[in-house]
Design a protein around this ligand. Structure first.
Ligand code: C2E
Ligand code: CA
Ligand code: CA
Ligand code: CA
Length: 279
């Protein structure tokens, strides 16, 4: 990105040099992160809009290098650019499968499903379906209790090859969600071609649902579209009771957001589900 007021010479400024070095450090660090066991999954519950009952959880990756914590907003793009997202993505999928097994063993058919993010770079890998099939076999996880979240805007380039991989994954029984729905470019045209079961309405629309008539209109339209196509709807980033109420009014099925739960370690996730089972 060009800096405000910048000219060609700005490219050589010390901050940018610093940033480039920082990115290289991170790329290198990420390559070692797996073997150093610095990565950890967090789980954010997804609840029924009306009752607040936990029906699923999204696995969100965390990186704890020697010191501090780095956000996936920062390190996932670097992992995508450097290619390490392939190995990291396989590890993440294994963690999702292990969680599915554990929860299924604890709670049977009422166990929450596990939603997991898949990067476009993973879809570019022709071996992806085989790798995931091996992990499913290894762990004994139930594919139809696993949901792969794909970001729509990522699908634009070379869509036919990606569709083949997605169809392979769907053929293995895995479910698909379109993530950040509404922020991409050709949502509707793509939606019809994709083996999608769930739409996740982007947080940006939910955020100002109470103030902005336009956001309300978008959310209402997306819910209607999902309905018509027989898809489940998840509203992301719900932070207030007013937003929850609004979404219930539209008939949105599921909600994910700080208003109910923040992302948490696996043991706390188990406790949260146990608490509601005890009610
Ligand atoms: P995302 O897939 O859209 O995930 C939702 C993000 O919104 C998460 O941020 C979550 O913590 C945050 N969030 C949930 N509810 C609320 C809320 O009520 N308010 C606000 N302000 N935020 C909320 P997080 O964990 O920092 O992850 C950021 C992004 O990093 C994800 O966005 C996803 O694109 C990427 N990411 C995270 N884990 C993975 C992974 O394992 N693989 C890949 N490829 N990408 C990942
Ligand atoms: Ca997601
Ligand atoms: Ca099943
Ligand atoms: Ca999202």
């Amino acid at each position: 990105a060009r800096q405000a007021g910048g000219d060609g010479w700005q490219f050589f400024n010390p901050q940018m040099h610093e940033r480039a070095l920082h990115r290289m450090d991170l790329a290198h660090g990420l390559q070692l992160a797996l073997e150093r066991e610095e990565l950890a999954p967090r789980f954010q519950p997804i609840v029924e809009a009306g009752s607040g009952r936990i029906v699923g959880a999204e696995l969100l990756l965390r990186w704890f290098p020697q010191q501090g914590e780095i956000s996936p907003v920062e390190f996932i793009p670097i992992a995508e650019a450097s290619g390490s997202v392939i190995a990291i993505g396989a590890w993440v999928f294994r963690q999702a499968c292990l969680a599915e097994r554990d929860w299924h063993r604890r709670w049977g058919e009422t166990a929450p499903y596990v939603s997991v993010n898949v990067s476009v770079r993973q879809l570019d890998d022709p071996a992806l379906a085989d790798v995931f099939a091996d992990i499913l076999r290894d762990t004994g996880a139930d594919p139809d209790r696993l949901l792969l979240e794909i970001t729509e805007s990522m699908l634009m380039v070379d869509i036919d090859a990606k569709l083949r991989v997605l169809d392979q994954l769907a053929g293995m029984g895995l479910r698909m969600a379109m993530d950040d729905f509404g922020t991409g470019y050709s949502s509707l045209a793509q939606l019809a071609r994709l083996p999608v079961d769930v739409l996740k309405i982007d947080r940006s629309f939910i955020q100002d649902i109470a103030e902005s008539g336009e956001s309300r209109a978008v959310v209402e339209a997306v819910v209607g579209l999902g309905r018509a196509l027989g898809l489940k709807l998840v509203a992301e980033g719900v932070e207030t009771a007013a937003q929850q109420l609004e979404l219930c009014g539209y008939g949105c099925d599921l909600i994910q957001g700080y208003y109910f739960y923040r992302p948490m370690p696996a043991d706390q996730m188990v406790e949260a589900v146990e608490r509601q089972t005890a009610l």
